[in-house]
Design a protein around this ligand. Sequence first.
Ligand SMILES: *Cc1c(COP(=O)(O)O)cnc(C)c1O
Length: 366
Amino acid sequence: MEVKYSYLEEQFRDHAAIFADLDKLIQSGDYTLGKPVVEFEEKFAALIGTKYALGVNSGTDALFLSLKALNVGPGDEVITSPNTFIATVGAIVAAGAKPVYVDVTEEFTINPALIEKAITKNTKVIMPVHYAGHPADMKEIVAIAEKHGLKVIEDSCQAIGASVDGRWVGTFGVTGAFSLHPLKNLNVWGDGGMIVTSSEEVRDRLILLRNHGLLNRDEVGIYGYNSRLDSLQAVVGNHLIKDIHVITENRIKWANKLDAALHGYKGCITIPERRTHKRYVFHLYMMRVERRDELLAHLLKNGVDAKVHYPIPMHLQPAAAGQGYKKGDFPVTESQSASLITLPVHQHLSSEQVDYMIEVVKGFYS
Ligand SMILES: *Cc1c(COP(=O)(O)O)cnc(C)c1O
């Protein structure tokens, strides 16, 4: 049996309805910031429960423009976790600021108990990452930010539909950044991103920043960027957003099944505790295992497309050489990067495929 990681072919096998809408768009010529974008933004804001959502050209830009909207730049520090996808850190560096790392908990998200020690007079923003679709401890993080006069930007790129105490991630910070990349739970046939906010002032700045700072056709209010979500992609988004609850529920269903079958297996597998006040959306299904690299090879040999997210944490990347970090600085992150494995958990898996994965994993440790 084969268990593939990618499901895009299946997801878009029946694309006739999308093609019909694309056909209409092409006839209309409404290609930039067109009607489909506005419609998608409205649906997205309603889904997340924010006043505004703004389409941009990637999740990376959603983070970068959020930082620019808050005037973060050279001399400023942004606190985040070192176990993220490079884009989190890339956006901070692109804004001219310095990434400051704080180690994570066993849930793979920033450890609130360690944040205050990392705050300096230069700290401007805390940027928690809802890694793997696990919501960070937002109540604690927001309380720390308020106490120190800092802003929160949520990297929600992996976490559409995740929540804490019934409140969607992306709504705790000044902004929340989402990715619509093909690998993300809600995707649009290419790159795309969304910024959510309930601040009118921030929204107004973001509208300028994503479109050259243009106040109108002829006047430039501030210097901005070209970072719009394309109408073509918004058309796809408008179709897929209807399915997001089903997509999420299916992922949760498979994750629950894997949890029940594998947690603690022969003392070799550790799955993070699932807290009842959080909704995990399992963009990635990750568990800590003994003999990780051997298990990975065993899974691949048996047709299970397992992965490692990620073997090298951000502070140990070659690009981080000048940032003053060294091995041993973030022991939890480092030990996770050596022991975590990711199993496919997508919405197009069958029950048989999930059973097969469980068998292959158990077979390895028996
Ligand atoms: C995917 C991702 C991003 C960036 O999104 P893109 O749309 O690929 O630019 C940022 N942060 C995290 C944690 C991500 O997983």
